[in-house]
Ligand binder design. Structure first.
Ligand code: PLP
Length: 375
């Protein structure tokens, strides 16, 4: 059996006609960038999340960079990021000349550790720390109340990196609506995925939303009158109409992912393999279903891949040990929890259309490896 990490063909098939018609309308209208379709989608995202403003942009990485710029973060400012996340969280910080300051993660949730943040903020830092980017990794929210308490005390701006958690909730609030900004990625593989690169920023602050709209469009307020040094980070209308259609299905898809996760949880219970831990404060939308083995994740993934199951390691190298961040001066051992997770976590395919037969085959393959290698 061959089971991909994600099956977008299955996802798109039932809505194909609706999507084709919407794309045709954009082509007929020849309004390809920003415009009415983008505004309509932004409005729908604001309604869905409960955020006051939603600003469509070119991708999730730019969403983070623009959020930082709109909040006044400048070159040389320190921005706290978890050491265990996708490159783009810290890449977006470095791209505007600011300095990523890494924190360790909580070993149960894989999200940023409050203890580690506090340790950074209470020691003498070479760089003025101005912001923090909690990441809602794999689809589950970081402990936002704890983070917001610290950021209020130390006067930091907060950008939630919700690239993997669109639709997840923290104490009944949607991800991305608790910090100063929420940065969304609509990369095709995300739970809500475009037909190319796309992103969005949520905010409840009118002044921030206004700045974001100017920054994403070359610093323009009116055509050819450039107020600030902006960027070309606009959202395309074709992506907006596709996403607007998919948004209607998102809750149903996330619910189905949660059902698959419950199935895995139940069938893997009792094995010496850790299933995802979901604290009472957050829902989990399972962008990834991540297991943790007491042995090297490489060997587990090789076994599953040999059985035709597209298992992956997100992420094999923590950011403080990536070559591109060598200039920051971190070394192995600085963030033990991030380093341990990188060696042990691996994913199982999870998407709404996984069949019972596929799920059982995946579980059987996990059990087979456990018998052979862990005992
Ligand atoms: C945690 C995280 N942050 C940021 C990004 C960047 O999003 P994009 O690929 O849309 O630029 C991603 C996407 O892969 C992500 O997973």
């Amino acid at each position: 059996m061959k089971i991909p990490a994600l099956d977008l063909k299955k996802q798109i098939a039932p809505m194909r006609q609706e999507i084709d018609a919407a794309i045709k309308e954009v082509i007929d209208n020849t309004s390809f960038i920003l415009g009415a379709q983008v505004e309509k989608f932004e409005q729908h995202v604001a309604e869905y999340t409960g955020a006051k403003y939603a600003v469509g942009v070119s991708n999730g990485t730019d969403a983070i960079s623009l959020g930082l710029l709109a909040l006044g973060i400048k070159a040389g400012d320190g921005v706290i990021c978890p050491a265990f996340t996708y490159y783009a969280t810290a890449g977006a910080v470095a791209q505007i000349g600011a300095r990523p300051v890494f924190a360790d993660i909580d070993p149960d949730t894989y999200n940023i550790s409050l203890e580690s943040i506090e340790k950074i903020l209470t020691k003498k830092n070479k760089f003025k720390i101005k912001a923090i980017i909690p990441v809602h990794l794999y689809g589950m929210c970081a402990d936002m109340n704890g983070i917001l308490k610290l950021t209020a005390k130390f006067k930091l701006k907060v950008i939630e990196d919700m690239a993997q958690a669109f639709g997840a909730e923290y104490r009944s609030k949607k991800a991305g609506t608790m910090g100063d900004c929420g940065a969304v990625s609509f990369y095709p593989g995300k739970n809500l995925g475009a037909f190319g690169d796309a992103g969005l920023i949520l905010t409840n602050k009118k002044t921030v939303a206004k700045k974001l709209k100017i920054l994403r469009n070359q610093g323009n307020e009116n055509n050819y009158y450039h107020l600030v040094l902006g960027r070309n980070n606009r959202l395309d209308a074709i992506q907006a109409v596709v996403l607007d259609i998919k948004l209607k299905y998102l809750d149903e898809w996330n619910k189905k992912r949660q059902e698959v996760a419950r199935y895995y949880d139940k069938d893997l219970a009792g094995l010496p393999i850790r299933t995802p831990f979901v604290p009472s404060y957050s829902t989990h939308i399972y962008h990834q279903y991540t297991l943790r083995a007491p042995v090297s994740n490489k060997s587990f993934v090789e076994h599953l891949q040999a059985n035709g199951i597209d298992s992956r390691v997100f992420y094999p190298v923590p950011l403080h040990l990536q070559k591109c961040f060598k200039y920051l001066g971190y070394k192995a051992g600085d963030f033990p929890q991030a380093e341990a997770a990188a060696k042990q976590v691996f994913t199982l395919p999870i998407y709404p259309d996984l069949t019972g037969e596929e799920k059982d085959y995946i579980i059987q393959s996990v059990r087979e490896f456990k018998e052979k290698v862990i005992g």
